[in-house]
Design a protein around this ligand. Sequence first.
Ligand SMILES: [Mg+2]
Length: 175
Amino acid sequence: MSFHNISYRFRSVNEITPEILREIGVTGIAVDLDNTLVFDGTIKFFKNSGEWVESIKAAGIPIVILSNAIGLRVLFLAKKLGVDYIAMARKPSPKAVYKAAKRLGVDVAQLGMVGDQIFADVEAANRAGAIPLLVDPKAPEVFFKKHFTEIRKKEKVLLEKFNKEVGYYVDKRKA
Ligand SMILES: [Mg+2]
């Protein structure tokens, strides 16, 4: 299996409901920050990020932030959300994914890694044997623009293939 195997794709975290998580066998969540819950490189949350985190917590699904960003900003945002965090995670290394599963007390095979980057979040999840849940990035990156333009271009090829074969996750209760 390729480390870039997407498994599940959503338009945003708000589509990821506790019911869906149960259905796909996810018992704990590690979630990325930049372009997944907040505008890239900022402390500005997307409109429903807080609500989504609350809905996961309310369903009794433990959640931890898993970000490659440096400590202080991650700490600030984690505090705002009232969740634990792991900063400087060095995704796509699987190390922090193992750490997240351990922290939450769940089997890594049942840990859902939610994030917007195939070559960081999805790859880290697959390398650790966790379950990748890809969300669309909210906006084009402003920082490290050249780097991200390259990355998003590479992702596009994989996303087009995935869309042809699988596509966005369809909630059968709503379809
Ligand atoms: Mg991100």
